[in-house]
Design a protein around this ligand. Structure first.
Ligand code: HEC
Ligand code: HEC
Ligand code: HEC
Ligand code: HEC
Ligand code: HEC
Length: 189
């Protein structure tokens, strides 16, 4: 083989492959917060969905009040916690005293670590999904059993598109919706 051909057909493709593989591996190790299923960052206080949404059957939207009326589902403010914790005698009262009450008194918002987060160039709105009948659990998993909130959804484009191409299995049986949007500009605005 002529040296120039060898360069074109072997060295260049191998080089390109190596660059992409490195990007992929580095991306996944450096940014588990963006990709990894099972990602469960340690939160500033050990808030348990299993205790609240599971054992005590508090509805998701008691705390995530905006899931059906805005883009963000929203994480509750400490005041929402105090609706109950002002009255509840806690089994482990120190956690609440030290963490929740102290923070409420200093008026500093809780620095919850985000578990689900899309890049800025992607548009996602909870309202259209929740109101078309997709359950929280379809995307966020069995939250009622989670002591530590853990990511269950792949946040890459393919996961959105897989449902948008055929949402029927995730919608109520009588739903009129046959497809979700698949044009680039629907999600990249
Ligand atoms: C179709 C999938 C899907 C459904 C259904 C869904 N979510 Fe989400 N949720 C997401 C995605 C994707 C993000 C990340 C959004 C972002 O970063 O812009 C997210 C983020 C969140 C957040 C954190 C950020 C925020 O929006 O305030 C909370 C809390 C949340 N979801 C709760 C809920 C609850 C409660 C329900 C049910 C009432 C629900 N979600 C239904 C996909 C979904
Ligand atoms: C609607 C009422 C209600 C709201 C709102 C509420 N809690 Fe609770 N919380 C409870 C109940 C009930 C328990 C269980 C108490 C027990 O078992 O003694 C509990 C237990 C706890 C515990 C300790 C028990 C454990 O095993 O985890 C922590 C910590 C806690 N809550 C933090 C919070 C925080 C932070 C918020 C706000 C984001 C909040 N709670 C909002 C009702 C509530
Ligand atoms: C008592 C209040 C409360 C209830 C009820 C509750 N949550 Fe949450 N939720 C929180 C708090 C506080 C956080 C932030 C701390 C954490 O991630 O554990 C959170 C975080 C989340 C997140 C991760 C958001 C992100 O991207 O960081 C999702 C998803 C979520 N909740 C879904 C649900 C679902 C689904 C239900 C019902 C099955 C539910 N929650 C019920 C208070 C609540
Ligand atoms: C489990 C199914 C499911 C998943 C997963 C899902 N969607 Fe959707 N999406 C739907 C349905 C159903 C509709 C509503 C179609 C309608 O109302 O006609 C929709 C509508 C939309 C719309 C148009 C309505 C609006 O809010 O502007 C956008 C944009 C969108 N989805 C973005 C996303 C993105 C981004 C993701 C991935 C992070 C995603 N979706 C994941 C089912 C899903
Ligand atoms: C249903 C929603 C949806 C549609 C439709 C969609 N995308 Fe995306 N796209 C996403 C999400 C979610 C991400 C974030 C993926 C990530 O962080 O890896 C993304 C990421 C991207 C990226 C960046 C890749 C990266 O690694 O960050 C490009 C480029 C892109 N999309 C192009 C397109 C093009 C071109 C189309 C039309 C053919 C399209 N998208 C249609 C949801 C969508």
């Amino acid at each position: 083989m002529h040296p120039r051909d060898r360069f074109l057909y072997i060295v260049v493709p191998l080089g390109v492959l190596a660059v992409f593989t490195t990007m992929l591996i580095v991306g996944r190790t450096v940014e588990p917060a963006r990709y990894a299923i099972g990602y469960a960052p340690q939160q500033p206080i050990p808030f348990s969905h299993q205790v609240h949404a599971g054992a005590n059957r508090i509805p998701c939207q008691y705390c995530h009040t905006n899931a059906d009326r805005s883009r963000d589902a929203t994480i509750p403010a400490v005041q929402t916690c105090m609706n109950c914790h002002t009255y509840i005698a806690m089994a482990d009262s120190n956690i609440i005293k030290n963490a929740v009450v102290a923070r409420l008194q200093t008026d500093a918002p809780m620095k919850w670590k985000r578990v689900y987060h899309l890049p800025d160039h992607v548009f996602f709105d909870h309202r259209s999904h929740v109101n078309s009948g997709v359950q929280c659990e379809t995307c966020h998993g069995n939250v009622k059993n989670m002591v530590v909130l853990t990511r269950t959804m792949d946040l890459r484009m393919g996961a959105c598109l897989e449902c948008h191409r055929n949402p029927a299995p995730y919608l109520p049986p009588d739903s009129p919706i046959k497809k979700g949007p698949t044009d680039c500009t629907d999600c990249h605005r």
